[in-house]
Design a protein around this ligand. Structure first.
Ligand SMILES: [Zn+2]
Length: 236
């Protein structure tokens, strides 16, 4: 009986440690980035890969000074055009520091990497990452969409990256092709990767997504309280 509780407890401690992943230190990625099929994903010595592993096109480049049609000046990231529902992966191994929705970015994810590198992913149709998750370049964090201020554009991932709080050119981290308009093939394919991707996006609700992690967390706390109570009875 006592042994069961001990092993339950150590298992629970591991689970709870996992929930606090963001508070733990993480190592500089040492393994080369995942082998991948796409030509855009160029692993580098820093372990960086393009956040879209499938085919993508540039629909807006990094430019801090150009005046844009919407009146704003500058574009601090790269727009990576791909069908809505296309999986999105982290730039490098790291920890998810924030997940949420805002009027400009729509559904967004922030990730902290080693060596002061931070990345931002916007306009997602669905988000699968939770705050505190430890992620690798093979972890799907969400899917391409056109949420936020991108609702009238073709689906794309707006990607930004900082090093030591300074905005960086994404092309320093992975190969960024020249800007292109929609190709005939893209027009024929339409904006969605699949019917399922479309349904997933319709079903996705950020509030529910955030609440699901809270539910998992409070369930673990309940278990921990029960176990500590049982444990204290035994060890008395
Ligand atoms: Zn953009």
């Amino acid at each position: 009986m006592g042994g069961d509780i001990e092993s339950n407890l150590s298992q629970l401690v591991e689970e709870i440690k996992g929930l606090f992943g963001a508070k733990r230190r993480f190592n500089v990625p040492t393994t080369p980035a995942a082998q991948k099929p796409a030509e855009n994903a160029i692993p580098s010595s820093g372990g960086f890969t393009a956040p879209i592993h499938d085919e993508w096109h540039s629909s807006g480049g990094f430019d801090l000074t150009a005046k844009r049609p919407n009146g704003r000046v500058g574009h601090q990231g790269v727009d990576m055009r791909a069908p809505a529902g296309t999986p999105i992966y982290p730039l490098a191994d790291g920890v998810v520091t924030g997940v949420g929705t805002d009027p400009l970015g729509g559904n967004v994810v922030n990730i902290q990497h080693a060596n002061g590198v931070r990345s931002y992913y916007a306009h997602l149709s669905t988000v699968s990452a939770h705050k505190g998750d430890k992620v690798t370049t093979n972890t799907i964090i969400g899917a391409v969409g056109n949420t936020g201020n991108a609702t009238h554009t073709h689906p794309h991932l707006h990607f930004q990256v900082w090093k030591d709080k300074q905005i960086q050119e994404p092309a320093k981290f992975f190969s960024v092709p020249a800007y292109t308009n929609l190709s005939v093939a893209e027009k024929q394919r339409g904006p969605w990767l699949s019917e399922k991707a479309k349904q997933d996006a319709q079903a996705f609700n950020m509030k529910n997504h955030l609440a699901s992690r809270q539910a998992a967390f409070s369930k673990s706390v309940d278990k921990l309280l029960k176990l500590s109570f049982e444990y204290s009875k035994i060890t008395k």
